[in-house]
Structures are given as C-alpha cells and as structure tokens.
Design a binder for this molecule. Structure first.
Ligand code: FMN
Ligand code: SF4
Length: 484
C-alpha cells in the first residue's frame, strides 16, 4: 500500500477506561431512536469482506462463524460485507442476486440474532461493480486484446499492411513511443488491465445502467428483507458503480452525469425504488464518500449537497467513508487485478500507523462533521455514521460530543477485538486488544485470502472445534471472551 512521505509513526492508545457512571452518562452507550433506526447504543461494525463465501457466492460455515463472532460482542449494528446484487460469477464474495441465496442468508440472520440475543441490528451492504480485467502479458495484449484501429495504422504509416504485421510492429515498439501511439485507455488496458467506467456509454450494458440498477438493487433489498435482515446499506462508496456515478469524474451526457443533479440522479432513483419495494419498517441507508481523495474528484460542497439530498429523499442513515478508488491504484503484477486500496486514495480509506501530520485516527472527522452539519442546516436529522481509526472510548465519545457523527463505526478495532465495545460497557476496558493499524488484515484482503487479525490468528490453534484457514495455519475467529 502507498504511504505518505512523512512516515510519522502513530501509536494507538487505550485512552481512559470509563467507569460505570461515565458509561451510563456517555452518548456512546445511549440509545438512538431516529426514524426507522433504533439502536440500543451508538456502536456499529461497518462492512468488511472476509473472503469466506463459496466460489459461487453462498454463505459457508466460516461466514456464519465470522458474523456470529462479531454478534457475540453485541454491537448495536453490524453490516454484512459488500454483497453482489447481480446473478453473475464474482469469486468468493457473498451474493444476493437470486432467490437461491436466501437460504444461506436466512441462516446468517438467524445466527446473528441468536448470538447477540437480539441486541444487534443486522444490515447487509448491497454492491454493484463494473468489469475489471487482469493486467495482461504484453504478448497476449498485442496478439489478442487490442483492437487495431485506423489511428494505429496512421501512426505507424501501415495503412495497407496486414493486421498481424501491425500487431507485431506495436509489440516491438519501445515503451515511450508506444505510449504516443496507444490511446490512454489502451495504455491503461496494457499496463493495469482493462477497466470499465460508467462513462463508457458506447457499451450498451453501461449505457443502460440507469434502467437496470434500480430493479437489481430493489430485488436484492427485498431478498434481504425476506432473509430476515433489519435493513440494507446501499454501497455508494469507494471504487464501485454507484460511487462512480456520484463522482465529479462522471461526465455522462445522458442526464446521469456532469452536474451534481445529474450525478446524484441514479443514486436517488435506486434509493426510491428500494424504499418503494421493501416494507415500511425496513431500514434503508447508504455508505458514500466524504472525500474521494483523487484528482478531479467531488468537492466537499458536492458531498454536502449529496448528503442533504439523500436525507431529503428519506434515507434512514448516512454512513461516510473515504477514498478507496481505482483511479490511483498501484500497477498490479501481470496476471493480477488492480486493487482500489493500494494508492493514495486507498490509504485515505484504511490509513495505517505510518502516516502524515493528520494521522490515521479520525482522518475523516472534519469532512464528516461538515457534511453532518450541512444535512442539519438543510433541516434533516438522519443519523450520520462516522468511521476511520476509532479505537478507544475517548476518540469515540469526543466525536459524538463534537457533532462529527451520531454513531461510531469501527472496522479494524472490531476485527482486532470484537468484544471491545462490550468490554467498555461492562467495565473491562483494560482487557481490550488494541488494533495496531499495521494493515496485515488489509494485505490478506488484497490477496483475496481469508481475513484474520495478527493479534489472535495464531493463538490457541489446538482449541477444539475452531475453524482454520485453508492452509490450516490460522484460526478464523478470535478466542471467546465473557465478562464473568
Ligand atoms: C478487511 C477489510 C474489508 C473491508 N471491506 C469493506 C466493504 O466490504 N465495504 C465497505 O464499505 N468498507 C469495507 N472496508 C472498509 C471499512 O469498513 C472501514 O471503512 C475502514 O477500514 C476504515 O475504518 P477503520 O479505521 O475502523 O478500520 C473494509 C476494511 C477492511 C479492513
Ligand atoms: S491485523 Fe489486526 S491489528 Fe493489524 S490492522 Fe488489522 S485488525 Fe488491526
């Protein structure tokens, strides 16, 4: 992963351990009753892909164990990983694009209900993404993938030569010259792997996204409701289709791009169709970016506008993330796919302990606070979920008191210790296993390996009944804890 040049080492701290009086007077442990969203307190585990589904997207015993373990920590809300809404192969990522996924998802909601004693509201993150290809070997690219055009022939002065000769000439060119002959997209396809964009409206399936996505999202949301989820989180963040519609880089000219109004049009249409399809009590919110962190990305003003419009449309919560784009991803190895958390915007999404002046803890707070304020100024009250480097009571409570957010989401700290909120609540704050923000977990994610935490994945490997990683070297969930 990319790292800032400053290389300042930040140290996570346990902070103050609150006593019972502080816990009961804190905002963190106070209930939230806002519209359809009723939480027993303000604690939230955001979506994290653990790479535990089957190759065809079904729930496995490992998926059940993973979410069951988070549920034993009784967060007020738990969001199931980004789950694909289409019925197309997507590797071992959960899917919800067909009724055959209902049985497994139903088991998942049952498991979370049982393990949390009904204390945890369970949401599922619904995602759509466009095609991305592996970085090709240059021989294959020139032999098979590149479409030879009149521009190539003109640049090479090979108007009448055979296509095979043009391909051979391009393959033999020095890199610097080649860059002048290929279009930027062809160069990207060669050096990074071909990636579709929402602006590729010459492709019929991209042009028609506004017609098909509302139906795909609403069908998926209805399945989520049937499977027993309390609500859905529409994934409008990071590198994926809906975030790309919102992005200032969306220059579509069909009414779904360019202006703020155009860029938010499809996200609103998707939301409205979902809202109109599910039952009245079912929660529907979205996760989107407070800051894209790429050149030419949306401004804070744009995002304040989006957030106020989402609230006006009636979203039940607004969850804010940061960065995580393909635009600045590192070049993958030949045969591998680009990963959106490897460049500077990826760093903004999951900043690690080696950082700059801003540091990894609360890096998204200023933007989140400004967006929350804009929503309040527009006259709307949906809860705002804030995230990024939150790992102790002081940081969480200060963010709530300071108006940054209404709910505290912690991803990596909850992976390091899924009982951490409960330990704080029950006076066992000293026993919290503190995340080190080294991003070992994120590295596993990047390599599509089952995600675990380095603080517990080699502990108690001989414990009876535990599930282990495919190579048998790591346990897949942390050891149990109980307050007694
Ligand atoms: C292994 C891993 C998988 C993640 N998967 C998702 C995901 O599916 N959807 C999502 O919106 N964010 C995902 N994230 C981002 C987190 O939800 C969170 O925004 C980010 O890690 C910053 O919060 P933290 O500092 O509390 O970890 C993932 C993070 C990690 C570490
Ligand atoms: S591996 Fe564990 S300690 Fe390291 S960043 Fe991930 S959750 Fe934190």
């Amino acid at each position: 992963m990319w790292k800032p040049a400053e290389k300042i080492r930040w140290q996570p701290s346990p902070g103050r351990v609150p006593d019972a009086a502080e816990v009961s007077s804190s905002i963190l442990f106070s209930p939230l009753d806002a519209g359809r969203l009723h939480l027993r307190n303000r604690t939230w585990v955001p979506a994290m892909v653990p790479w535990r589904a089957t190759e065809d997207g079904h729930v496995t015993p490992e998926v059940l164990d993973w979410y069951g373990r988070f549920a034993r920590g009784k967060p007020a809300a738990l969001v199931v990983e980004a789950t694909g809404i289409r019925d197309v192969p997507s590797g071992p990522l959960l899917r919800i694009g067909h009724d055959r996924f209902l049985e497994g998802l139903g088991e998942l909601t049952g498991r979370v209900r049982d393990e949390s004693g009904g204390d945890t509201r369970l949401f599922i993150q619904l995602i759509d993404f466009l095609a991305i290809k592996r970085r090709p070997a240059p021989e294959k690219f020139f032999d098979r993938y590149l479409d030879i055009t009149a521009d190539h022939r003109r640049a090479l002065s090979m108007a009448d030569d055979s296509e095979a000769d043009v391909r051979a000439a391009l393959a033999a060119m020095p890199r610097d010259d080649l860059k002048q002959v290929l279009t930027p997209r062809e160069w990207e396809a060669l050096t990074m792997g071909h990636r579709e964009r929402v602006t590729d409206t010459h492709l019929p399936h991209v042009a028609e996204l506004p017609e098909v996505l509302p139906g795909l999202f609403s069908d998926a949301a209805l399945r989520a409701q049937k499977a027993g989820f309390d609500g859905v989180e529409l994934h409008y963040a990071h590198a994926y289709t809906m975030a790309s519609f919102l992005s200032a880089t969306n220059t579509r000219t069909d009414g779904y791009g360019n202006s703020r109004e155009g860029r938010i049009r499809l996200p609103l249409e998707v939301f409205r169709q979902v809202r109109g399809t599910v039952s009245d009590g079912f929660v529907v919110g979205a996760r989107f970016l407070a800051h894209e962190a790429i050149d030419g990305g949306s401004t804070l003003e744009d995002v304040c506008y989006f957030a106020a419009e989402f609230a006006r449309a009636g979203m039940d919560f607004l969850s804010l993330s940061r960065g995580g784009k393909f635009d600045d991803a590192k070049q993958p190895k030949v045969g591998a796919t680009a990963y959106p958390y490897t460049g500077p915007s990826g760093y903004e999404c999951m900043p690690q302990f080696i950082s700059d002046d801003l540091g990894p803890f609360g890096r998204n707070f200023a933007a989140t606070k400004a967006i929350r304020q804009a929503v309040r100024d527009a006259g709307f009250e949906p809860p705002v979920v804030g995230a990024g480097g939150i790992h102790n009571f002081d940081i969480a409570e200060a963010a709530l008191q300071d108006g940054v957010a209404d709910v505290i989401a912690a991803a990596r700290q909850s992976l390091a210790d899924p009982d951490w909120f409960r330990k704080l609540e029950t006076g066992h704050g000293r026993d919290i296993r503190l995340c080190e923000y080294t991003n070992y977990c994120e590295g596993l994610d990047q390599n599509h390996k089952q995600v675990t935490c380095k603080l517990w994945d080699r502990v108690g490997l001989d414990e009876p009944g535990i599930l282990k990683s495919s190579d048998g070297k790591r346990r897949l969930t942390p050891p149990d804890w109980s307050p007694e």
